[in-house]
Ligand binder design. Structure first.
Ligand code: ADP
Length: 256
């Protein structure tokens, strides 16, 4: 796989307080890269840096393929934002805003991209409805369609199943997987829903005060167990990493 981005020795901070130190990893074309880690470990901060919204203290984020203006972003959304008074069409079309030709004109094939985005996310039947009247699952799929209008290459999804019921979350995950397999999209995704998201990811970037690491998804749970063993004396009860209990070692369970 080619890389679409290389992140080298990245250090990020707010007002002199370091959140991420010397982090290096790459993003491979066509993969699902899951970003996990305990609350406050810097996942959202890292996403802001990938989107160019904050400047690194040191180090570099470089995109190696042409994704200029071309990363679709699905932010974490609050309930207030979900009561936004706009139609589905208006919300999805707003995805083109970062890619206007000469800063003014929609892409020539905008309507085709829009239709395809609705098809891929299965929301064509609600396109005339008001965004605020839709279910949580439909709203997330509208926001995913908007991200698809912003990019046909790469998506960054911040907690895409947050607040969804299990059925809607599972639907969302199957769409994300299909975008990778059938559309060749690269997906960078933050999630706390480790059981499911690790199973559909290719690689996992784990941010942690004990040290960040990036590994293949099938190695992830063993790597986290190793971090616990090395740094926390084998105890998991004080850990906020989000690792499901059954993935803690037998020793850890006995000690708890
Ligand atoms: P995560 O997404 O993993 O929960 P964040 O990236 O949101 O973590 O936050 C990492 C740290 O940076 C936290 O300690 C948080 O309080 C701090 N932080 C986040 N945003 C800001 C900000 N705008 N100004 C100052 N500190 C911030």
């Amino acid at each position: 796989m080619n890389n679409i981005a290389e992140i080298k020795k990245l250090t990020l901070a707010y007002d002199g307080s370091t959140v991420i130190r010397d982090l290096s990893f790459d993003i491979k074309k066509g993969e699902i890269l899951l970003i996990t880690g305990e609350n406050g470990s810097g996942k959202s901060t890292l996403i802001k840096a990938l989107l160019g919204l904050i400047k690194p203290v040191s180090g570099k984020v470089s995109f190696t393929c042409n994704v200029k203006g071309g990363i679709g972003y699905l932010p974490q959304t609050s309930q207030n934002e979900k009561s936004f008074p706009a139609t589905v069409r208006e919300v999805v079309y707003s995805g083109f805003v970062g890619n206007l030709r000469h800063g003014m004109f929609l892409p020539k094939d905008a309507e085709g991209i829009y239709r395809r985005a609705l098809e891929l996310t299965g929301i064509s039947s609600v396109e005339k409805r008001c965004f605020s009247e839709l279910s949580g699952g439909q709203q997330q799929r509208v926001l995913l369609s908007r991200a698809l209008c912003a990019s046909r290459h790469a998506l960054i999804l911040d907690e895409p199943t947050n607040g969804l019921d299990p059925e809607s979350a599972s639907h969302m995950y199957s769409i994300i997987t299909s975008l990778k397999h059938h559309e060749g999209l690269t997906v960078v995704m933050v999630s706390h829903d480790l059981e499911t998201s690790v199973s559909l990811a290719d690689r996992v970037l784990h941010l942690c005060c004990d040290g960040a690491f990036c590994c293949r998804a099938e190695e992830y749970f063993e790597r986290v167990r190793a971090v616990h063993r090395e740094n926390r004396g084998g105890t998991a009860h004080e850990c906020n990493c989000g690792l499901p209990h059954e993935h803690h070692t037998d020793t850890e369970r006995q000690e708890n």
